[in-house]
Design a protein around this ligand. Structure first.
Ligand SMILES: *Cc1c(COP(=O)(O)O)cnc(C)c1O
Length: 363
C-alpha cells in the first residue's frame, strides 16, 4: 500500500501513550525536536469529548512570538494521511495546523494558536519588539538609544502603518516605488521618516525622488549611483545612502560582494550628492545562529575597514542589519538600525523572493 506519510510535531498530550492509543489504536514512533519562535500558553478546554480522552482541563497551546529565544520542546511523530485527518478532528477550534521547520531541519505539521493571541495588536507587537531590543542591549552591554527600530511596511496597508505611528514609531521603509506612491498621501498626516530598502531599478530613480525619501539603504551597483547622482544634481539636492553588502554570498540576494565593498564605497563617495551614512545587509536565512552571526560580523568588519580608509564624504555610523528572526544577534554584533516587518505586522502574503530577487536583471 502506498500510504502517504506525514510528520506531526506534538508538544502536548499526543505524546502520552494513552492518547495515542485512543486516537490511532497504536503507539506512535517519534523523535524529540524543538520549535523556535513560539512559546507555550495555556488553553482552557471546554470540549467534553476532548476532556474525556485527556483528563486535562488546560492544554498547552503554542503561540507564535517570532523570537528565536522562545522555544517549544516536543516530539515529531510519523503518521499516515488518514491519521492526520483524524487528528484534525481531535484538535479543538482554537488551533490551526501549520507546517514549520524544526531545529533538526525536519519540516512537520504542528497545531498552534489560531491568533497570535496576546500578541494580536500592532501596538502589542511593537512593545514586544522593544522588549527584545532591550534584552539584547542588556546582554551585549549596549545602550538601547543606539538602536533605531525601522518598520518594514511592504504589503502593509496605510491603516495598519498608522497604528504603528500612533504607538510612537516614526521610521518606516518600503521595497517598491509603487507601494511608496500608493501610501504616500494617506501617511502625510503623521510626521515620519521613510527609507528605501528594496532593489531600485534605474528607471525608477526619477520617480522615487518625488516622494521625500530620506535614505536609500540599498545602493548596490555603480549604474544606480550614477543615475541617482545625475538626477539629484538636476534637482540640486542630496540624499542619504547606505551601501548594501551581500554578506551571505547568496546568489539570490542583491548587494556588493564583501571584498569589493571598500573600493565601491570610494567610487560612490566621488558623487557629492550621495551622502554615505553606513551599510546595510540581509543576514543568511538559517536556523543556525552562528552562520547568521558571521554575516553581521562581516558587515561590522567592513565598516571598520571603510572608517580606517578615511574616505572623504563618507560617514560610517550606521549599520542596518537584523530582522524579525535575528534582531538579537544583529544587536549583539553592532546594528544601529534593525528592520522589522513580520514580528509587528504578521506574516506576509508574498514570499520575500518576490521582493529580493525579482528577475535579477541589473537594468
Ligand atoms: C521585509 C524586509 C525586512 C523585514 O523582514 P521581517 O523578517 O519581516 O522582519 C527587512 N529588510 C528587508 C530588506 C526586507 O525586505
Amino acid at each position: 500500500m502506498n500510504e502517504k506519510k506525514h510528520y506531526l510535531f506534538s508538544y502536548g498530550t499526543l505524546q502520552l501513550e494513552k492518547v495515542q492509543i485512543e486516537n490511532y489504536g497504536r503507539l506512535l514512533i517519534g523523535q524529540k525536536d524543538t520549535l523556535f519562535g513560539y512559546k507555550l500558553d495555556k488553553l482552557k478546554i471546554t470540549d467534553i469529548e476532548v476532556l474525556k480522552i485527556s483528563d486535562k482541563e488546560f492544554h498547552p497551546i503554542a503561540v507564535k512570538t517570532y523570537s528565536p529565544n522562545d522555544v517549544v520542546e516536543g516530539t515529531i511523530f510519523e503518521i499516515t494521511e488518514e491519521e492526520l485527518i483524524e487528528t484534525d478532528k481531535y484538535e479543538v477550534s482554537d488551533y490551526k495546523r501549520v507546517l514549520e521547520t524544526f531545529a533538526s531541519g525536519k519540516k512537520a505539521w504542528v497545531y498552534v494558536a489560531k491568533l497570535d493571541k496576546s500578541f494580536s495588536t500592532i501596538a502589542n507587537n511593537i512593545k514586544q519588539v522593544h522588549n527584545r531590543i532591550n534584552n539584547a542591549c542588556l546582554k551585549s552591554g549596549r545602550n538601547k538609544n543606539e538602536i533605531k527600530l525601522l518598520l518594514a511596511t511592504k504589503t502593509v496597508g496605510c491603516d495598519r502603518i498608522k497604528e504603528a505611528f500612533v504607538s510612537g514609531e516614526t521610521l518606516i521603509a518600503e521595497n517598491k516605488v509603487q507601494e511608496i506612491k500608493q501610501k504616500f498621501d494617506c501617511l502625510q498626516e503623521f510626521n515620519h521618516e521613510q527609507h528605501f530598502i528594496g532593489h531600485l531599478q534605474t528607471n525608477k530613480v526619477k520617480e522615487i525622488l518625488k516622494y521625500n525619501i530620506n535614505c536609500i539603504q540599498s545602493l548596490d551597483r555603480m549604474s544606480l549611483a550614477e543615475k541617482l547622482h545625475n538626477q539629484l544634481r538636476l534637482e540640486n539636492r542630496t540624499i542619504d545612502i547606505f551601501i548594501q553588502v551581500n554578506t551571505s554570498n547568496e546568489e539570490s540576494k542583491f548587494g556588493i560582494a564583501p571584498e569589493e565593498a571598500v573600493n565601491f564605497t570610494k567610487q560612490v563617495a566621488k558623487f557629492n550628492t550621495l551622502k554615505i551614512k553606513g551599510l546595510m545587509t540581509i543576514g543568511l536565512f538559517s536556523s543556525d545562529g552562528d552562520k547568521v552571526r558571521q554575516c553581521f560580523k562581516r558587515l561590522k568588519s567592513i565598516q571598520k575597514e571603510i572608517i580606517a580608509a578615511q574616505i572623504p564624504n563618507v560617514e560610517m555610523k550606521e549599520l542596518s542589519m537584523g530582522m524579525s528572526g535575528d534582531l538579537e544577534i544583529a544587536i549583539e554584533e553592532g546594528a544601529t538600525i534593525i528592520r522589522i516587518g513580520t514580528a509587528i505586522f504578521g506574516e506576509r502574503q508574498y514570499p520575500d523572493s518576490y521582493y529580493w530577487n525579482e528577475n535579477r536583471t541589473i537594468d
